[in-house]
Ligand binder design. Structure first.
Ligand code: GLC
Length: 511
């Protein structure tokens, strides 16, 4: 694998970081219309980074004059949240009738507005009203909410009058859209009406189902022709991601390096061949973050704000965290891990490396995940005087931790983009990462004059431990550390550049 890194773009003084749309886009500007379909949408329904992207990219597109809108199921709490944060029209726009597994499902469409963005909420108590976004197990029954969400995109114009040219669909739960345009008995007739952009946020989750789902979904059996690169068949199962790769007009993934990685057997999870066959239409576009939510000078949730002129506020944030978690030696560097405790995130490496380096820094681990990794972390934390844990997720705590920490630990085994390291930079907290995917594209090692963090390469706990030691040694050189902080803070990862790339892609598909 190549070891060269893309340099983080340094923002010019005039760059504006805010991606929030101030007004609803006027009709005149809209020669491009896009509907985003995603199971997650921040801040209404958030499980992971997908929500942040689905919730902010459309806003950045609105800023560029695109008529971008979004659609998502009214999962539990969504209607209440939108009423609190935006506007929810009481009167439904209408009812959609969708055929699924030999019955007709009725879905009420509600219109909401959030930061100027029009959002269509799909309301149906049976399918969306009492469910977590993702089921604990994928099967014919538990996938039904995602099938309905996807087919609703085709029915939506009947009640909204909004006819998008582009359907921008995210991850396998919305992959039914490109698959149905190819294989559904009725929806395949709509193929020429839309251009479909499919964004891979994580190649590890592909949506695998037993073939008896095929007639239930209304697909033709030709979709399951064995041993064909082009169909949905994958080792005897139906693979929705495979179908989306084959039948979308363009495929994007969330960083340029991950684009390269998924073409290899190490990161392609069995679909590297399909990626390579479709290479002409696969693009890597780096995610951005919303600086109006994650900005050290505007964040209302942190004890003190700060900017590049003075980091005094950051010291107060650190003090607050050290007091809250009882770190008795606050002069040590403070490292945080903020994320899910799962395989992908390299938690095994982390637990081992922290044991090896115990005492060189204070460490706070925030997140939840599987029992095995929680156990590994507990084993370390319970036997250390330098570590604390918070199993769970608390948005406010995350803000303070990003702001108050000196370093963010992110030793991911793979990372399509990763948002935590970008958020950390915004608070002048230096990311310590493994060079993979979006981490490779956003973090430059401290040895480089543009350095904004620390990078190691091999999936190896000793290498991570060495890098932790190197970082804590560097911390002792205050002037150099400050230079790294300034580099981190000055890197511009706002959505503007990436949203422009998506918009150019939409235009190229329509021409
Ligand atoms: C997934 C990926 C993460 C990415 C996010 C948003 O959660 O694991 O790397 O940042 O999607 O695209």
């Amino acid at each position: 694998m190549a070891t060269t890194k893309t340099k983080a773009v340094t923002k010019s003084k005039t760059t504006t970081k805010t991606t929030t749309a101030k007004t609803t886009v006027s009709k005149k500007q809209c020669d491009l219309s896009v509907l985003h379909v995603s199971p997650e949408f921040s801040p209404l329904a958030k499980i992971g980074g997908l929500a942040d992207v689905a919730g902010t990219l459309p806003l950045a597109e609105l800023d560029l004059g695109v008529d971008a809108r979004a659609m998502l199921p009214a999962w539990p709490g969504v209607k209440e949240k939108v009423e609190k944060l935006g506007k929810l029209e009481k009167k439904p726009l209408g009812t959609l009738y969708i055929a699924l597994n030999a019955r007709v499902c009725e879905i009420t469409v509600l219109k909401a507005t959030l930061k100027g963005l029009t959002i269509y909420l799909l309301d149906n108590e049976e399918f969306f009203g009492n469910k977590a976004v993702y089921p604990t197990e994928n099967n014919a029954r538990t996938v039904e909410p995602f099938v309905l969400m996807s087919y609703a995109a085709f029915e939506l114009p009947k009640v909204t009058g909004f006819e998008p040219q582009i359907l921008h669909v995210h991850d396998w739960p919305s992959a039914f859209i490109p698959c149905a345009l190819q294989y559904h008995k009725h929806y395949s007739k709509l193929r020429s009406k839309y251009k479909v952009v499919f964004t891979i946020h994580n190649m590890a989750h592909q949506g695998l189902f037993a073939p008896d789902c095929i007639p239930e979904w209304g697909f033709d059996w030709s979709s399951f022709a064995w041993g064909q690169d082009e169909t949905l068949e994958y080792w005897g199962l139906v693979n929705l991601m495979k179908g989306a790769l084959n039948y979308s007009d363009a495929i994007t993934t969330v960083s340029p390096s991950y684009r390269q990685e998924i073409a290899t057997s190490q990161y392609g999870y069995g679909l590297e061949g399909v990626i390579n066959k479709n290479a002409h239409k696969v693009f890597g576009i780096l995610n951005g973050i919303d600086y109006s939510v994650w900005g050290s000078s505007t964040d209302k949730t942190i004890p003190a704000s700060f900017n590049t002129r003075s980091f005094k506020g950051k010291e107060k944030c650190k003090q607050a965290i050290c007091e809250q978690f009882g770190f008795s030696n606050p002069s040590l560097p403070l490292a945080v891990y903020i994320g899910r405790l799962v395989d992908q995130k390299g938690v095994g490496l982390l637990a081992e490396a922290l044991k090896q380096t115990d005492g060189v820094m204070n460490t706070l681990i925030i997140g939840s995940g599987n029992d095995y990794y929680q156990g590994l972390i507990s084993d370390y934390v319970d036997n250390s005087s330098y570590a604390q844990k918070f199993f769970g997720f608390n948005e406010e705590l995350a803000h303070v931790a990003y702001a108050g920490a000196d370093m963010l630990l992110m030793p991911s085994l793979f990372e399509p983009c990763g948002l935590s390291q970008i958020i950390a930079c915004s608070y002048a907290t230096l990311p310590l990462v493994r060079a993979t995917g979006g981490l490779r594209d956003t973090v430059i090692d401290a040895q480089d004059e543009n350095g904004n963090g620390f990078v190691f390469y091999n999936v190896c706990a000793n290498d991570l431990a060495d890098t932790i030691r190197r970082a804590t040694e560097t911390y002792k050189n205050k002037a150099y550390w400050k230079k790294l902080m300034l580099n981190a803070k000055n890197a511009d990862f706002s959505w503007k550049v990436s949203a422009t790339k998506y918009t150019d892609l939409y235009k190229s598909l329509l021409n």
